[in-house]
Design a protein around this ligand. Sequence first.
Ligand code: BDP
Length: 699
Amino acid sequence: MMRGRGLVNRLAVIAAAFLAAAPACAEEGYALWLRHAPLEGEALAVLRAAAPIVPVMIDGPDSPTLAIAEDELRRGLAGLQGYERPRLTRDSVEIVLSCGDEKGDGAAGFAIAPERVDGRPAVVIAAEDHVGCLYGSFALLRALGQGQPLGEIRLTEAPAMPLRMLNHWDNPDGTVERGYAGRSIIDWWHLPEKLDPRLIDYARANASIGINAIAVNNVNARAFMLEPRYIAKLARLADAWRPYGIRVFLSARFSAPKDIGGLATADPLAPEVAEWWKAKADEIYAAIPDFGGFLVKANSEGQPGPQDYGRSHAVGANMLAAALGDRGTVIWRAFVYKVDDSTDRTMQAYAEFQSLDGQFAENVIVQIKNGPLDFQPREPFHPLFGAMPETRLMLEAQITREYLGQASGIAYLAPLWKEVLDADTGRGGTVAQIVSPVGMAGVANVGSDRNWTGTHFDAANWYAFGRLAWDPSLTAEQIAREWTAQTFVRAETPREHIARMMLVSRETVVRYTSPLGLTHLMGTGHHYGPAPWVCDLERPDWNPCYYHRADRKGIGFDRTAAGSNALVQYAPEVAAGWADPATIDDKYLLWFHHVPWDRRIKGGDTLWERLTAEYAWAEIGLQARMRGWEDLRGQIDAERHAAVAADMARELKDARWWRDASLAYWQSVNGLPLPAGARPIPESLEAYKARTFPEAPGQ
Ligand code: BDP
């Protein structure tokens, strides 16, 4: 049965819409992909003719979530129509939200279709629950924002993965580990009394791409964030984000029972420890009934964990899982490597975790980085994917660009994530198929910068992460196009131009930082810029030399049976594809093989010639991109055009630095001259080595 809102109610909503209408403001990036710039030409005429009015609810109660959906539709439609507020005429098309249950997490998705309701034209957004309707509302705006005519939009979607999560590496003091976009957006000091309205805009942006879980603090966690005063702060966040379909998680320090609980031990098998965690969980659930659970980095990079007591990861995780019970989930990270283990670093996580398959409790998820090393510009997929069929596995990606230029230049990461998601593990499907029943987490790249992400294009990575967690079968191209249309420009030619530019950007970063499968060549500590010469850090596997193994004869890490045999951790057919340096895809050549400098590789060049060419291609590509961007002047707003041009100039400078410093170093090892025609290296190796950056973020 249709339940209209009544004229008075409807007028009140229209008045509210008038008040809520966003003032026109400078293009500073704050609005992200929810910018809702007016449509142009025919699309604008069509939408104005339809003149949608405020939505009407049918069947079922109102809720904060539906109020948000209505508000978003009003804002969005007004923006797209080029009005300060939505226009109402007698022939208006109604947008009808038909939303089922208030409770529910939107897992069943939504359907959008043009229909006639009470004899009038309408667009119906139908869902099983209110969050589903919120997702549908954003999907409608996304389609309209790309210029699709209102009456032709038909969509039926449901999220592919249940958990679509952001991991904040934010510290309670407002700093952000590996954050390059200002300070943390969460002001812990002033919570719970004061909630920055920005956190509501944050929830809007996240809900619009289907993000439904946020771990609010750094995995290198402070135990005091489990104290009552922090639970109150967390509860305020949970209350604010709940209507947007977002649940909060907390990174928990495994030694908390000792650190803040007054116990003598944090041994997971000590009964008092289990009791402490159970009481802590009860306390959290009393304040936050839908608390998601704990994210845990244990026995990794100095963090405490069950191994401190001779217990396995599974024993530690299961103890916490029992404390949560069926109320929540323990997300246990598989990013581990040991000080005293001389095994190839890329093999250590598999060695520690694979044999634990089947031992983790039902409400434990093992969270695995995309590759076996550490968020490098390119890595083969992590061998644990497919190797733990009895364990719930989740993919961890890094949205913040720790190793890909941070907040300089442009690196659109969807192609990186797609490379992993689409990889066939040879053990029960692609990575996407293996993680889809569980989810994906992305290390967030947001901060207090006005544009949220440091550069305008980094917002595309946040957006793409959410879209891929919603639907990993989307292509990087599709996502680039839809983001560009909503963020920058809808017209076909400039939009395609920007999308193409985005699509090659990550490969360009690979070319000038770590071509042909090289990896981990960056500066110590801050992880910015080249330092392939670093060989003397206390831990062997912190040194670039450990990874490139360059000597007079050749370069690359032999991971075949003659070397570390990391290949053995992959399914036989996958390993077979990578085992032969003559046939392996060049992109993984030096990841798996130590290759002589003078070996002719695919295409006929020697390795040395090809390596030098990779750097040169990157430089040429960046110059072409800058010219292309210049051509877009006038087609996008001046503020963002100038900001992006500056980002590009910085990247070209950095790419040259990477190339010059790397080649100077490789030459010092192999004694080879640069191939004919190569640009000379302007400075000496010593000069590159002498550069220091005490002010670099992440130091
Ligand atoms: C590395 C980062 C470090 C993180 C670590 C992790 O450099 O800051 O704490 O990953 O994922 O990439 O735990």
